[in-house]
Write a protein that binds this ligand. Structure first.
Ligand SMILES: Cc1cc2nc3c(=O)[nH]c(=O)nc-3n(C[C@H](O)[C@H](O)[C@H](O)COP(=O)(O)OP(=O)(O)OC[C@H]3O[C@@H](n4cnc5c(N)ncnc54)[C@H](O)[C@@H]3O)c2cc1C
Length: 475
């Protein structure tokens, strides 16, 4: 069989975007996904008649249609998608909560600025300088030594409580590093959460994915579900194909893997993993998330924020706990508190807290089921203590743990944000094998899609013409 131009491993957001982008250039692409559903960390499922999203709290990077230079605009343009296809509803407001302080923010950056001026008057000049530095930072895909984001924050701000308040969303929405985040990553997150903003596609992630899948099905991309890659084949340091779980071999000039750096090296064989994976490449952070179905709108309970990022202790610790979970910080997400033309089918509140993958995996099935419920109770009790108590209004609940995340996405350690070492060029020690998605460095739905497009452009498209064959338009 004639080799493909590219094989893409994983039909998560980055893999879908990479395949779609390559199809616009008439590349022969095979997109391989080991599960029966697409979406990866942002997939969906139905349990006892309840339709849940796996990962979606909010889409970051919200900007109105045609906003020049913004990541969302670039993603839509490069995939030939329209803003209105996704029916994005903005949050009215969200909150940062640390002991004694609540700061509201919205997609109007002025709100956060005025909240900082109110709660931390001596910090607001530094906060403005920080925002300016973030605006002026030019992002690229070049490898360089990145300073600590926490240390950089401290050059603008002196109040540790404000630094903590800002770090809760910046770390929870994208840091694979314990208690810190690389400065360039902090810039990406600050822009995407505070300077651009939060929104939610109407109906959640299913309709969002439906748009991508429908578009993909109209192209020549060979989308193969239930097609796990067992091995990445390479010879003389160059990748030339993959072997599937079924034993089938597929060949390609280029392989883009969204499985993660460590996981991809393992697929290259034990020698490659030994030679090229350091302890520092392995992520340690994972989460437990509970989804409560409520018999009423959270607003009726007094919970008005779309997202609450909180730490009930100071200093805020963002690290793998020694226990199964750490309930002292987290994120509360209320999907119904985003603008939407249609009301949600069910009222939901999601609570995400830090968790220890190895401890969850050491439990036998009985202890696992028991601890899941008890610790979700504990996490919700702590979260409810800082907003409104929704427990009496709960009619159903599902809980997932690092064990679930690993099982359904294949990410070692259930690490949502992958390896702490990001490889911005996408290059790996094996020629022809490139990373896309989480371990390349862009995270979240929009970030992962940007990564897929950037890696497809850089490693597959640039070798030939940059004019999409199907449209004749330039990029
Ligand atoms: C609980 C939770 C909450 C989140 N909240 C948000 C949020 O509110 N907003 C937001 O923007 N982002 C959120 N995210 C993060 C976001 O989902 C991810 O950053 C993004 O989806 C990552 O996409 P990806 O393509 O890089 O990786 P993945 O989604 O992990 O995709 C990788 C794919 O590769 C497949 N795969 C792995 N190994 C193989 C193999 N050997 N063969 C074939 N296929 C393979 C996997 O099954 C998977 O489908 C959340 C994630 C979680 C888990």
């Amino acid at each position: 069989m004639k080799p493909y131009d590219a094989i893409v491993i994983g039909a998560g957001m980055s893999g879908l975007a990479a395949a779609l982008r390559l199809a616009l250039f008439d590349k022969r692409v095979c997109l391989l996904e080991k599960h029966e559903l697409w979406g990866g960390l942002n997939s969906f499922y139905t349990l006892d008649g309840h339709a849940f999203d796996v990962g979606l709290h909010a889409l970051t990077n919200y900007v109105p249609a045609r906003t020049k230079g913004a990541p969302l605009t670039k993603v839509l343009r490069q995939l030939r998608l329209r803003h209105d296809e996704f029916r994005l509803g903005e949050h009215h407001h969200s909150e940062l909560r640390v002991p004694g302080v609540t700061l509201s923010f919205s997609n109007d950056f002025g709100l956060l600025e005025s909240e900082v001026a109110r709660a931390f008057p001596d910090q607001v000049d530094g906060f403005r300088r920080l925002a300016q530095a973030v605006r002026e930072y030019e992002l690229d895909e070049e490898e360089r030594d990145d300073p600590s984001g926490r240390a950089m924050l401290a050059t603008y701000l002196s109040d540790p409580l404000l630094i903590d308040a800002l770090l809760v969303p910046l770390l929870y929405y994208g840091s694979a590093r314990e208690n810190d985040v690389d400065w360039s990553q902090l810039v990406v997150l600050f822009k995407s959460i505070f300077l651009e903003g939060l929104c939610r596609p109407e109906g959640g992630i299913r309709p969002f994915l439906n748009v991508l899948i429908k578009r993909l099905r109209g192209t020549s991309v060979d989308l193969r579900m239930r097609s796990g890659v067992r091995r990445i084949l390479h010879d003389g340091g160059r990748a030339f194909g993959v072997e599937l779980e079924s034993g089938e071999v597929l060949e390609a000039a280029c392989i883009l893997s969204s499985a993660g750096y460590v996981e991809s090296m393992r697929m290259c064989g034990a020698d490659a993993e030994r030679a090229h994976v350091a302890t520092t490449d392995r992520g340690r952070l994972s989460f437990v998330e509970s989804i409560s179905v409520l018999d009423r709108d959270p607003i009726a309970l007094g919970h008005t924020a779309a997202t609450v990022f909180y730490s009930t202790r100071t200093p805020f610790r963002y690290e793998r706990p020694n226990t199964l979970v750490d309930t002292t910080s987290g994120v509360i997400s209320a999907p119904s508190n985003f603008a939407s033309e249609k009301p949600l089918k069910e009222n939901l509140l999601r609570v995400t807290v830090l968790a220890n993958h190895d401890r969850w995996c050491a439990l036998d099935d009985e202890a696992y089921a028991r601890e899941k419920e008890q610790l979700a109770d504990a996490a919700i009790a702590e979260a409810a203590s800082i907003t409104s108590d929704w427990r009496a209004a709960t009619t159903y609940r599902d809980v997932f743990t690092p064990r679930t995340i690993r099982r359904f996405t294949g990410h070692d350690g259930g690490c949502v944000y992958g390896s702490p070492t990001k490889r911005k060029s996408g290059a790996t020690p094996i020629d022809g094998l490139f990373l896309t998605g989480t371990d390349q460095g862009y995270l979240g739905v929009v970030g992962a899609m940007m990564s897929g497009i950037a890696m497809a452009n850089r490693h597959v498209v640039t070798a030939s013409s940059r004019t999409p064959a199907s449209t004749g338009a330039t990029t």
